[in-house]
Design a binder for this molecule. Structure first.
Ligand code: FBP
Ligand code: MG
Ligand code: MG
Length: 338
């Protein structure tokens, strides 16, 4: 067993120290609250059917997706962890139709949290990668309760973003604006340990991830790019490309952080009306901040994801093209040429 390194909680305190006396400790407290939620989810996900967390419910979320049992359990674990300790003033979640403010009498904090409590939930019953994604924004200082408008902050305003991947091991990947670090959950002591410091995405890649069954709906630039990739060495891109699709954004982005690649869930004829598939506040923006902080790029095909001005709908969608910087720029050149 490898010698245990620095724990996530002490890493967060160090990050605080860098802020000197400006730190109130609320940020540390909030990240610890989120860590508690992710550990509690890891504990249940790892036990699967033994914990009775498999299967679907009869309810749907605001997007009309049937909610898995674990979607709702994970959602409740996040709310429990965030509404009691006075670090959070409001939440937005994939599994809540509207934003959630704190019950009467609960202490209000300085931060808003948006989260996808269980990402890749279609993988839950088949024991494949699932995860949680979160983003931290500043709450309005002059309001008892935030409104949906207060969550409508562009991704550039995020003070932290992260995800927890429940794969063969459970890992938390976090950025507070000073690069990206990965922590592995040591189940024997129940602590996340720093195992992947300063994660950086290689600028070049020959691995793409897209749901190819949607090909007939893609726009011309994406059609052409994937076509060129699949022509391999003889094609205009002059190299063999490999394809991956794990049906969980956390799994795709983690692979890209570890070895490079690009992940595309572009706008297409099927999702154009709603503006894409993935959600801006709790999938697009947090993953864009992590990817950019790791030296990658994150774009809609028509602009930087983190510069999209949210419209106040907590479930606003966004087209996603992110990963290795030079490859994303290559895909954008197809859009520019169109
Ligand atoms: O059904 P598809 O096209 O494979 O979509 C998979 C995508 O949908 C998602 O599962 C949506 O997220 P949720 O599971 O949180 O709803 C992404 O994680 C993943 O990248
Ligand atoms: Mg998701
Ligand atoms: Mg989800």
């Amino acid at each position: 067993m490898k010698k245990l390194g620095i724990t996530l909680s002490s890493f967060i305190i160090d990050e605080q120290r860098k802020l000197g006396n400006k730190a109130s400790g609320q940020f540390t407290g909030l990240l610890n609250d989120i860590t508690i939620a992710c550990k509690s989810i890891a504990n249940l996900v790892n036990q699967g059917d033994l914990a009775g967390v498999l299967g679907a419910t009869k309810s749907e979320n605001a997007m009309g997706d049937v909610q898995k049992k674990m979607d709702l359990i994970a959602n409740d674990l996040f709310i429990d962890a965030l509404e009691n300790n006075g670090h959070c003033a409001g939440m937005a979640s994939e599994e809540l139709d509207e934003i959630l403010t704190l019950p009467e009498g609960k202490p209000r904090g300085k931060y808003l949290v948006t989260f996808d409590p269980l990402d890749g939930s279609s993988n839950m019953d088949i024991n494949m990668d699932v995860g949680a994604i979160f983003s931290v924004l500043r709450a309005p200082a002059d309001k008892e309760n935030p409104t949906a408008e207060d969550f409508a902050q562009p991704g550039t305003e995020q003070v932290a973003a992260g995800y927890c991947l429940y794969g063969p091991s459970s890992m938390m990947v976090l950025t507070t604006g000073n690069g990206v670090n990965g922590f592995t959950l040591c189940s024997s002591i129940g602590e996340f340990i720093l195992t992947h410091p300063h994660m950086e995405i290689p600028s070049d890649t020959s691995e793409y991830a897209i749901n190819s069954s949607n090909q007939r709906f893609w726009e011309a630039p994406v059609q052409k790019y994937i076509e060129d990739c699949n022509q391999g060495e003889e094609g205009p891109l002059g190299k063999r490309y490999n394809m991956r699709w794990v049906a969980a954004m956390v799994g795709e982005i983690h692979r890209i952080l570890c070895r490079g690649g690009v992940f595309l869930y572009p706008i297409d004829e099927r999702n154009r009306e709603v503006g894409g598939k993935l959600r801006l506040l709790y999938e697009g923006n947090p993953m864009a901040m992590i990817v950019e902080q790791a030296g990658g790029a994150a774009n809609t095909g028509y602009g930087r994801i983190m510069e999209v001005q949210p419209n106040g709908d907590p479930h606003q969608r966004v087209p996603v093209i992110m990963g290795s910087k030079n490859e994303v720029e290559k895909i954008l050149s197809y859009h520019a040429a169109d």
